[in-house]
Design a protein around this ligand. Structure first.
Ligand SMILES: Cc1ncc(COP(=O)(O)O)c(C=O)c1O
Length: 399
């Protein structure tokens, strides 16, 4: 179908919840995607940090074909071998003892909030339910998770919002210390704020939060929906900090694009969920968890977290050099692994648009930050090409 007609129908029939770029992507292979006019792009978005193994990875495609032809869905009234195996793998490679599977990041965070509240009530007073979250964070778009997202721009028009959330500045331990009281169930935080601008806290921040939570007997919930699954150069973002959470949420890269979410917890915390307390029709079905299993085993076999650490160093190094050459266009580069942000002077939307014209897809974050989140399999040549494109665009705009 003609692209113009497609975009016209999109305009007419889809709810306009997102500002879409004027193109339709129809095919992908590794780090590359093609639009409906046949134009090729380097994909440094990974569908917002999702397609860690790249597009159309042969092992992922093989599992999808096989599992779709064998058994797609059964419901959680039955034991699901793929779900059991994926849960075991996630637990074997993390702090966690048990997993709840769902279908998205927001849903994984909803489950974490419910679990933390239920645990807190069973291990304290019946009015312990508050969740402390960080300004600039992002936890999803459902009513509870958008309220957990301490950014008023996402709340506007959706009031009344659910109660039981308290906001403190990110990277400020004193503020958390002051906010914790007898009503607090949990502190919830991203190891690195992704949507908020690729904000990396000080080294002592997560250990400090762990200590404050332990002293007060409240839970530490890490939202690793963007930072998990190797993105930061370690399997989990928390591994950089030397501490472990009580609850961790995952989604995005867990099944490389097949919708999935997961809430992981220690034995003691997970025991707050008993039969009938929580659920999901689709969550953890044979299809999604079979793909998750293939993604996880491939990630470990191909040592993708280590690869992301090395390629991320190259990417940051190259971008830092660009920033030094164009200080009037770019003011800072930061990141960990393959989650990288560049603070810009020209409007980020203009830079993203100009890069797209030149065949490079990028994300934004925060107020005016360019966010790069390529597939973890990205090769050095593609990294250099992407950085060259960004430099050409910034040089053009600085004139
Ligand atoms: C840290 C974090 N938490 C939660 C979410 C929400 O995930 P989903 O869009 O799958 O509901 C996102 C999505 O960008 C995220 O980055």
């Amino acid at each position: 179908m003609d692209t113009r007609q497609l975009l016209e129908w999109s305009d007419k029939h889809l709810m306009t919840f997102a500002k879409r770029y004027p193109l339709a992507l129809v095919r992908g292979d590794g780090v590359r995607v093609w639009d409906s006019d046949g134009k090729e792009y380097l994909d440094f978005t990974s569908g917002i940090a999702v397609t860690a193994l790249g597009h159309s990875h042969p092992k992922v495609v093989g599992t999808m074909r096989e599992q779709a032809a064998t058994l797609l869905h059964v419901s959680n009234y039955f034991h699901i071998p793929q779900q059991i195996h994926l849960a075991k793998l996630l637990c074997d490679h993390s702090f966690a003892d048990r997993v709840f599977f769902c279908n998205s990041g927001a849903e994984a965070n909803e489950s974490a909030i419910k679990l933390a509240r239920k645990w807190a009530k069973e291990h304290g007073a019946s009015d312990r339910g508050d969740i402390i979250t960080m300004r600039g964070g992002f936890h999803g778009r459902t009513l509870a998770t958008v309220t957990a997202t301490a950014q008023e721009k996402y709340h506007h028009g959706f009031e009344p919002l659910p109660g039981g959330f308290k906001y403190v500045p990110f990277n400020d331990l004193r503020a958390v210390e002051r906010a914790i009281d007898s009503h607090t169930a949990a502190v919830m935080v991203e190891p690195i704020q992704g949507e908020g601008g690729v904000n990396i806290p000080d080294d002592g921040y997560l250990p400090g939060l762990r200590k404050l939570c332990d002293e007060a007997g409240v839970l530490l919930v890490l939202d690793e929906i963007q930072t998990g699954m190797g993105r930061t150069g370690r399997l989990w973002g928390y591994e950089h900090s030397g501490i472990e959470p009580d609850i961790m949420t995952l989604a995005k890269a867990l099944a490389n694009g097949v919708p999935i979410g997961a809430t992981l917890a220690t034995e003691s915390v997970a025991s707050a969920f008993t039969p009938g307390t929580h659920g999901s029709t689709f969550g953890g079905n044979p299809f999604a968890t079979a793909v998750g299993l293939t993604v996880f085993t491939t990630m470990m076999e191909e040592r993708l977290p280590e690869r992301a650490a090395a390629t991320g160093r190259l990417l940051r190094g190259e971008l830092e050099a660009v920033q030094k050459r164009h200080p009037k266009a770019a003011t800072a580069v930061r990141g960990r692994g393959l989650l990288v942000g560049v603070d810009l002077v020209p409007p980020v939307a203009d830079v993203i648009g100009a890069c797209r014209e030149r065949g490079l897809l990028l994300l934004s974050a925060g107020d005016n930050t360019l966010r790069l989140a390529p597939p973890l399999v990205v090769d050095e040549a593609s990294v250099r090409r992407a950085v060259e494109t960004i430099e050409q665009v910034l040089a053009g705009m600085a004139k």
